[in-house]
Design a protein around this ligand. Sequence first.
Ligand SMILES: Nc1ncnc2c1ncn2[C@@H]1O[C@H](COP(=O)(O)OP(=O)(O)O)[C@@H](O)[C@H]1O
Ligand SMILES: [Mg+2]
Length: 247
Amino acid sequence: MTCLLDAEEVTVRYGSLAALDGVDLCVHDGQRHALIGPNGAGKSTLLNVIGGSTRPRHGTVRFAGRDVSRLGPAARARLGINRIHQRPAVFSTLTATENIVVAALPRTIRRRRWWPGGSGRLARQRAGPLLERMGLTEVAAVPAGHLAHGQRRQLEIAMALAGRPRLLLLDEPASGLSATEVGRLAELLAGLPREVAVLLVEHHLDLVYALCDTVTVLRDGRTVAAGTPDEIRTSPQVRRAYAEGVS
Ligand SMILES: Nc1ncnc2c1ncn2[C@@H]1O[C@H](COP(=O)(O)OP(=O)(O)O)[C@@H](O)[C@H]1O
Ligand SMILES: [Mg+2]
């Protein structure tokens, strides 16, 4: 099976430090793929390289059969790679609905179908299913700044979905959430449409093992293991990598 995302030999250096050192990663269409490893392993850097915000020293990134190595984040988003950052990035004075409208704008402009603003009926109709999917129907009219942290995270994912991505990059979506919020997030992630592949960086391993079919373990900028959740859970290399420095 060909890879939807195919990163080859990716190397990123910061001075003498190799944040990534010849990493390969293949994510298939619709796959749930986790990237785990101790702090400083290079997980966020790899997401940055895939999303286009960090240029690697060496290596290529192919997406849907096309070499996207030279494209920036906006061009990659247009092709279907969408990124969620470690801190939720929402417009706090806009309502949840309006945030989705704004997030969908590049796509609607591209298709010359302009939405009539955040309060319009059409906008609410289009944002409604995304808010529902992410459990936010009740707070559709609430400014994002008034939402709980977990809800802001859900809104950010709904915003990413508004761009109709084929690959969603999630960087520690459960960080800073309460145990209840993590459980809710896990349910919502499990319900994401199968046409979207997910590359998930996460320290909550219960969430990783419940959601993902493949797990890649990074340590010091290198892949130390890759396999199914069962293989990874019992791998001595993984235990060693974690024993020597997970947060
Ligand atoms: N912009 C940067 N400048 C210098 N060093 C960086 C930069 N970004 C990341 N690093 C370093 O690269 C390594 C990998 O970082 P990162 O990808 O954030 O790890 P992770 O997300 O796995 O915790 C770390 O040692 C980190 O300090
Ligand atoms: Mg990180």
